[in-house]
Write a protein that binds this ligand. Structure first.
Ligand code: FES
Length: 339
């Protein structure tokens, strides 16, 4: 296992569940097959996607209101996982049930707890006010990346790859990112901040901000490993009067299994001069970035899988936050193994 289980992770987006209508959203999460659907009262149910009678997916069956009917012999389950009907006999066997999982819906995300039962009561999912506050707008996408959770966190905690991988994102005249000014570490999180010198706007910045591309602006960039399931980056373009455009890139990372991760990306923004089509522009810009990032991450994962010779990689100053995140993730996994 290369990921901690005792953590809230995003299982799906609200849009995915609503788009499924009377159907199901079936997904492999933390090596567990899960079935999600919205109940008549608006809440969300998450059941093990495997019938308790035989190893057949419940997602291959159908719904009768809030009940789930298996497509093999018709055994039927309620949203608490209890088997309430077996067509071939009067009563279901006592105790026949499938496992259910705690779920919390916040803004665009549906969070799930697959770890130790009861552990979800010790801590809530991380707060993401920028994803539900009316002052912000957001667009999102989901993708599967064939790379381990740890590789993703490390990648997004070090943006110095931007010059090689995404040169069009760099403001004109900036040739190197300044060193990380602050790296804050708590027991379970890491964050960093850096300020960029004033520079004119890159074409994408001018398009999405509505600002004058001939003027020079400062930028503040922050990044945070909030939990194993959530990564947050901010990018603020400021003029003499303060922030002109604030962007938040939210990555919810959910292990599918070791070496494979669901990535839920949300881009959020606010700014006084932002044009009406900023959402489409931002979605396109960050989709392209995510595609290039995925290609590199999947290549690294392939190398790790194909050549398992142990080796030590060197670190540079820009890796400080990533190294801390690796330590936190590794110790969480070891703690769970030791229990
Ligand atoms: S396998 Fe589901 S009812 Fe038999």
């Amino acid at each position: 296992m290369s990921y901690p289980k005792d953590c809230w992770y995003v299982a799906a987006t609200r849009d995915e569940l609503d788009g499924a209508g009377d159907g199901f959203t079936a997904r492999r999460l933390l090596d567990t097959l899960v079935l999600l659907f919205r109940l008549a009262d608006g809440s969300v149910a998450a059941l093990e996607d495997r019938c308790a009678h035989r190893p057949y997916p419940l997602s291959a069956g159908h719904r009768e209101g809030d009940l789930v009917v298996c497509g093999y012999h018709g055994c039927t389950y309620d949203a608490t996982g209890r088997c309430v009907r077996v067509p071939s006999q009067d009563n279901p066997p006592s105790g026949a049930r499938v496992r259910t999982y705690p779920v919390v819906e916040h803004g665009p995300f549906v969070w799930i707890w697959i770890g130790t039962p009861g552990g979800e009561r010790l801590r809530p999912p991380p707060a993401t006010p920028w994803l539900h506050d009316g002052a912000w707008s957001s667009v999102g996408e989901r993708r599967d990346v064939a790379a381990d959770l740890l590789l993703l966190h490390e990648h997004y905690l070090d943006l110095t790859n931007v010059f090689a991988m995404h040169p069009e994102m760099v403001p004109p005249g900036i040739e190197a990112l300044p060193p990380l000014e602050e790296v804050e570490v708590s027991e379970l999180s890491v964050s960093y901040k850096r300020e960029l010198p004033k520079a004119p706007l890159a074409p994408w910045e001018a398009q999405v901000s509505g600002l004058d591309s001939d003027e020079s602006f400062g930028r503040t960039e922050t990044g945070a490993f909030v939990t194993p399931g959530l990564h947050k980056q901010t990018y603020t373009i400021s003029g003499s009067g303060g922030p002109e455009l604030e962007l938040v890139r939210t990555h919810a990372f959910t292990p599918r299994s070791s070496g494979a991760t669901h990535v839920f990306l949300q881009i959020s923004w606010r700014g006084a001069a932002v044009p009406p089509d900023a959402g489409e522009q931002l979605a396109a810009v960050f989709h392209e970035m995510a595609s290039r990032d995925s290609a590199v991450l999947e290549t690294m994962q392939r190398y790790l899988d194909e050549d398992t010779t142990p080796r030590r990689y060197f670190n540079v100053k820009a890796d400080r936050a990533a190294v801390r995140a690796r330590r936190i993730l590794t110790s969480m996994v070891e703690d769970e193994r030791g229990r």
